[in-house]
Design a protein around this ligand. Structure first.
Ligand SMILES: Nc1ncnc2c1ncn2[C@@H]1O[C@H](COP(=O)(O)OP(=O)(O)OP(=O)(O)O)[C@@H](O)[C@H]1O
Ligand SMILES: [Mg+2]
Length: 342
């Protein structure tokens, strides 16, 4: 189930990453140590953050510089998929009136993808293209390294000097070192799921502080859904908010994105046949099943199963478990007489 939710997350982030209106503008080229670099274009960013002021203020505080000798911090934004990590970073960038670049990290991201990529241009020449991260470094913009823990250690290693007092990167491919503009700011979003890497401690120590995102309260949840789907009917919004709030109470991981997707599908189903519309609650329930799976229909049963699974995996260990295999006759709890019936 986790994997399919991650796939949904990917689809949503592709939706966010639409090209900006001026994507067709002339490519900007800068010279660094005699090498010309083609810069990327910023993202269109009208993201608005709703509710949860504290975490927004914490993120903005990380990016303040209080003295000539001070440096900005690069925080980790953590939380379940779809809770709003990318949206938070995007809206913080827009509040600071800075351009925004988002680099989507994946398991296949190579160090050169993060920095500078050589591209064959006309007449067999090589053109060097700066990544969104390097473009943000040069233009003094904000870069969000999205889903940073999908990237392996080798790629992270190339960023070590960027996230300490040195604030530069070295592109082996272009043979240059690139200093970050004083206005350059960065945040890294991270998910907890099966398809992530352990980031080494020397990198984690450069990505501080950790800012965990929680679920919104009822009022904010409604406002988030309304903001993204202003055409949704109050009844449909109410059913979705009720569902999400109940799932938060039961410590299940359904997020704003899940609510938005299921509402979108239900609304489309209702709009499909204006002459013989299906009942709203039937369309909503169908959307719930198809977006979040049959399990989501009975949240209480799902929560119970989840807590049983957790309990089953968390059997307390005795001292003997550290030294002996459970079947070892030397294990203090070994009972060779046990038969199947007992
Ligand atoms: N507080 C909020 N204000 C406005 N929009 C929000 C808020 N929280 C979530 N959203 C919306 O919910 C959707 C999912 O958010 P987002 O993509 O930022 O999640 P995420 O935590 O980055 O997920 P993932 O880990 O899968 O990348 C987006 O459409 C986002 O705009
Ligand atoms: Mg994200």
């Amino acid at each position: 189930m986790r994997h399919s939710r991650w796939t949904r997350a990917k689809q949503e982030s592709q939706e966010i990453a639409r090209p900006p209106p001026d994507a067709g503008r002339m490519t900007e080229i800068v010279m660094i140590e005699g090498v010309s670099l083609n810069l990327g274009a910023p993202m269109a960013n009208e993201a608005e953050w709703i509710g949860q002021r504290e975490v927004l203020k914490q993120l903005l505080a990380c990016w303040i510089v209080v003295d000539d000798k001070d440096l900005p911090l690069t925080p980790r934004l953590v939380g379940v998929p779809g809770i709003g990590k990318t949206a938070l970073a995007m809206s913080a960038a827009s509040m600071r009136d800075q351009e925004l670049y988002v680099f989507q990290c994946t398991a296949d991201t190579r160090p050169e993808d993060l920095l500078v990529t050589p591209v064959l241009s006309g007449a067999g020449k090589i053109a060097y293209h700066a990544s969104p991260l390097v473009t943000a470094m040069i233009r003094g913009a904000v870069c969000v390294l999205d889903e940073g823990n999908r990237m392996n250690e080798k790629s992270w290693a190339s960023l070590a000097p960027l996230f300490d007092q040195r604030r530069y990167v070295e592109s082996i491919v272009a043979g240059i070192s690139i200093p970050a503009h004083p206005d350059f700011r960065c945040a890294v979003t991270m998910n907890q799921d099966d398809s992530t890497y352990e980031i080494p401690d020397y990198i984690l120590s450069r990505l501080q502080p950790t800012l965990p995102l929680g679920f919104p309260n009822r009022q904010d949840e409604l406002a988030i859904l309304q903001y993204h789907l202003p055409f949704a009917e109050p009844e449909m919004l109410a059913m979705t908010v009720e569902f999400l709030q109940r799932s938060h109470e039961l410590k299940l991981d359904f997020s704003a994105r899940d609510g938005l997707n299921l509402l979108r599908f239900a609304i489309k189903r209702l709009a499909q046949n204006k002459e013989h519309p299906i009942a709203k609650d039937i369309a909503w329930r169908e959307a719930l099943e198809h977006c979040l799976g049959e399990d989501a229909v009975d949240l209480e049963a799902l929560a119970q199963r989840k807590s049983q699974d957790l309990g089953g995996n968390a059997l307390p260990l005795g001292l003997g478990d550290f030294f002996f295999d459970p079947d070892d006759p030397l294990h203090p709890d070994f009972d060779g007489d046990l038969d199947d019936d007992s």
